[in-house]
Design a protein around this ligand. Sequence first.
Ligand SMILES: [Zn+2]
Length: 236
Amino acid sequence: MLDVLAFGAHPDDVEMTSGGLLCRLVDAGLAVGIIDLTRGELGTRGTPEVRTKEAQAAARIMGARVRECLDMPDGAVRNTAEARIEVIRALRKYRPRLIIIPYWECEHPDHANTGRLVKESAYLAGLKKIDTGQERFRPARVIHYMTHHRFEPSFIVPIDEYFERKMEAVRAHASQFYRPDAPDEDETRISQPGFLDLLALRDRTYGAMVGAMYGEPYFMRGILRIENPFALWCRT
Ligand SMILES: [Zn+2]
């Protein structure tokens, strides 16, 4: 059983987009897990074995209790009936009240499809007649993290004290990043020498919007229910 479960299409998606929030929730005493839909085997760099080891190291740095892979095909994540059953099984197994998933629009179809697949599965997991031999379960809240497609955030989580740990988890995916000792490796978007700076700049930009050094943007559907605006915003 977990309190929080984050889903990513590829083994480094969750740390780059939500690593700060996951560290914060772990430090708040919550049981946090990560599910990667693929092993990232289409990636230009790193073998699936290397990427799995890196993903486990990153999970340890963030303090996640569980990191699983559903072994869906990289580059071909689809919102099919079979895929939804896989996700429903995972949700019913871990019963997380909060799930953190990609926004459903992105130029990378795996990210967009992961957003749609997990969102729909979260609803369907609550239907008794979808039989997986497990108790039905529906998360209380779904929030979406930002991949490539920009959206107006519903809220931004300040991550100043978690930024270094988040970046350490990102750097655990060493096969994906620029290595001065291996200049002949094929280049990818994230293997450019400046990529980690760009990632930090994005967190810096969203942090500045809420008076923090670093922040992560999130989107939620629906309207926030707030009983005491004073307690939420005006406590000194
Ligand atoms: Zn990705």
